[in-house]
Design a protein around this ligand. Sequence first.
Ligand code: F0G
Length: 459
Amino acid sequence: MDRWRTIIEPFRIHSVEPIRLTTVEERDAALGAAGWNLFNIHADDVLIDLLTDSGTGAMSRDQWAAIQHGDESYAGSPSWFAFLESVQSLFPFKHVIPTHQGRAAEKILFSSIAGPGKIVPNNTHFDTTRANVEATGAEAVDLVIAEGRDPSAIHPFKGNMDVAALDDLLTARPGDVPVVFVTITNNSGGGQPVSLENLRAVRAVCDRHDVPLFLDGCRFAENAWFIKLREPGQADRSIPDIVREMASLADGMTMSAKKDGLANIGGWLAMNDDAVAERCRNVLILTEGYVTYGGLAGRDLEAIAQGLREVVDEDYLRYRIRSTAYLGEALDRAGVPLVKPFGGHAVYLDARALLPHIDPLQYPGQSLAVALYREGGIRGCEIGTVMFGRHPDGSESPAAMDLVRLAIPRRTYTQSHVDYVIEVVAWVAERAASLTGMRIVQAPPALRHFTARFEPLPS
Ligand code: F0G
């Protein structure tokens, strides 16, 4: 298995999409028009799009074939039953509620169980998860272990929850915590996995305090692969078996099928509790659709059902995690500061360490992300003070870290694309001292990173 060093993509290309090559001048113009916000750039003006791994992967031949089986019956479609069977084969929760994507599942769940005075702990909330908790008037707290907040700390499971801190919170706020969440893998903390041992410990604390435990399962298969590789005693288990154990430790989950569902859209909310499921289904019917399709077409349900079978394939997961590490290792050799160990779906550049001359409130992550786009047409995503620095009361403070995430769409780019990314990032990093900070000139009150407009500060 490990005889050859070269990581080959375990697929051949069946259909191609053109990439439009652009010049620095064209990208400068695009940046000005976009208010230096990469979310505002026309995707045709991007060469290598590493903005997100969400919904951007390539589907397989068998997924496209499954789409042809899509049955668009309003109620009780065979495609719904195919989806249900596929979800429950990995996550045997009693109730599965289909949604158009992950945040819809979050919105439905938190509007049913959170609210003013409540507090929701998570290892680290993803931005939409936090926003959906806060939108109900509840508080969102992040309780990842200390190593998970330190970009350079080496730990095999940096996504783990701080179990003692969780126990303290549940003791201090009895009755105020409607659910404990664990995000696998911990996206906002660098795509870091959570161990089975940690999940078992979190489960035990939740049991002691009689609070349900939910998984944010977006990248469950990547998390399971890390468990197989890194957790003592797990090497010989199959991925579906590890996934089912993760599920067995929880009372429910939210899921974005745009990640490890290998689909372009979709998600679900699942749980064992009958009463909460009933409340959630009522909201679902109001906001998403009938209970057997949620916000999805029958064809989407089919694509997800097939995607879930493919994502637990070991050849795929080995390639997926190795090829992300290939990018990380090359950037590390080039001296670029990074979050380590490398995440499953992304490599995170430590912009605060690379740009110590830029104050966190002048957004070093945004500055670096803009430079990568300007120089090489690479679109990454700031995960730092722009995304997390503004609080519900309107105040602003530096986020825990200022990172730029280079997220790798699944099965989409080849090794030469990644080699190009390595060359561009290393070039920009060598000239980091010449980058300047940014200023926000316009921003909405919540989730400002999507629509804020910026201006570069003079050097
Ligand atoms: N939870 C996590 C951990 C996520 O990474 C995401 C999405 C969501 C929930 C929400 O799911 O997008 O389907 O509504 N993350 C994407 C990203 C957007 O780029 O990391 P969604």
